[in-house]
Design a protein around this ligand. Structure first.
Ligand code: 13P
Ligand code: SF4
Length: 301
């Protein structure tokens, strides 16, 4: 089928199935264009939680589909690709969490939404890059075990010095591959450009930032900024929304193309097949879902 035919068929099937399509900013342009809602991880989990439609098709990686199912369990949640998964979501184990809980009192386990349902079930509260700072600040516990992302954890810790942090060693390979020298080179070429950094980047990149925030945070910052040039330190998919909203502004990405292979597994044809064949359904064991729901609801409160 041609692109236009896929689009037509997706629209037809969406109505027939009573479905809503959600897409993350890191997915392909075509998916961002056809989705009913596009956003960062926090916004999309909120939309999924409140969705009235019978079917939620999540164009994103596995933890996003799982979070939708955890928060809205009576809906059918579909992932167009059954392999698309965030490697960082698996970089901590329930055993590690249990061990740290045993060793420390007055401890909150804070888990980044980029984590498996099993990890959420072991945690006290979930956070995203959009709300991690505010949520951690309001926790009553004095110690924080931040999983799985060491970089987001380090960023939050730098802003909440009153708490003691225990870190895990997880990371996003896309954000970790952004090199300080490459940002400095780009900055030397365009001294007027503002540096925008996702907090999954290592601290040496965060230290160079004019703005640090989630994908939505970066998009909102650009919309309000007087500047017309930006060095963007995150995944390339965000460029679609940035260009759409700011056709006259200039965006520069550093180093080799920063492309999340897992996000890019999702295509228009797979979205079509997901709606046609009602696949791949997210299924969770109920006890685990319930425990994970508590951590996600603590974030949405
Ligand atoms: P946000 O869109 O929430 O900033 O998340 C970035 C990310 O890496 C999602 O996988
Ligand atoms: Fe995971 Fe990084 Fe891809 Fe986001 S960009 S899904 S954190 S690997």
């Amino acid at each position: 089928m041609k692109r236009e035919e896929y689009i037509q068929e997706i629209k037809r099937l969406k109505k027939e199935r009573d479905a809503i399509i959600l897409a993350h900013y890191y997915t392909d342009n075509d998916l961002q264009e056809i989705a009913d809602y596009v956003g960062d991880s926090y916004y999309l989990s909120k939309v999924a939680r409140e969705a009235k439609e019978q079917v939620i098709v999540f164009c994103g990686v596995k933890f996003m589909g799982e979070s939708a199912k955890i928060l809205n369990p009576h809906k059918t949640v579909l992932l167009p690709d059954d392999v698309a998964d965030c490697p960082m979501a698996h970089m901590v184990t329930p055993q590690q969490i249990k061990q740290v809980r045993q060793e420390h009192e007055d401890l909150a386990v804070v888990c980044y939404i980029n984590s498996t349902a099993q990890i959420k079930a072991e945690s006290d509260v979930c956070v995203t890059s959009a709300n991690a700072l505010n949520i951690v600040k309001t926790l009553k516990q004095s110690k924080i075990f931040f999983v799985p992302d060491q970089h987001l954890g380090t960023y939050v810790a730098s802003k909440v010095p009153e708490k003691e942090f225990i870190f895990n060693d997880g990371y996003c390979h896309i954000h970790r591959s952004i090199q300080k020298e490459a940002v400095l080179r780009e900055k030397a070429l365009r001294p007027e450009a503002q540096v925008l950094v996702h907090p999954e980047c290592p601290s040496e990149i965060v230290d160079l930032a004019d703005y640090v925030g989630s994908t939505t945070g970066i998009i909102d910052y650009v919309a309000k900024s007087q500047a017309d040039s930006f060095i963007v330190c995150t995944e390339i998919g965000i460029l679609y929304e940035l260009k759409k909203n700011n056709p006259n502004k200039n965006f520069y990405f550093v180093g080799e193309k920063k492309e999340c292979a897992d996000m890019k597994r999702i295509t228009l044809s797979k979205l079509y097949e997901a709606l046609r064949d009602m696949k791949y359904e997210v299924v969770l064991e109920e006890a685990e879902r319930k425990a994970a729901e508590e951590a996600l609801l603590a974030m949405h409160r």
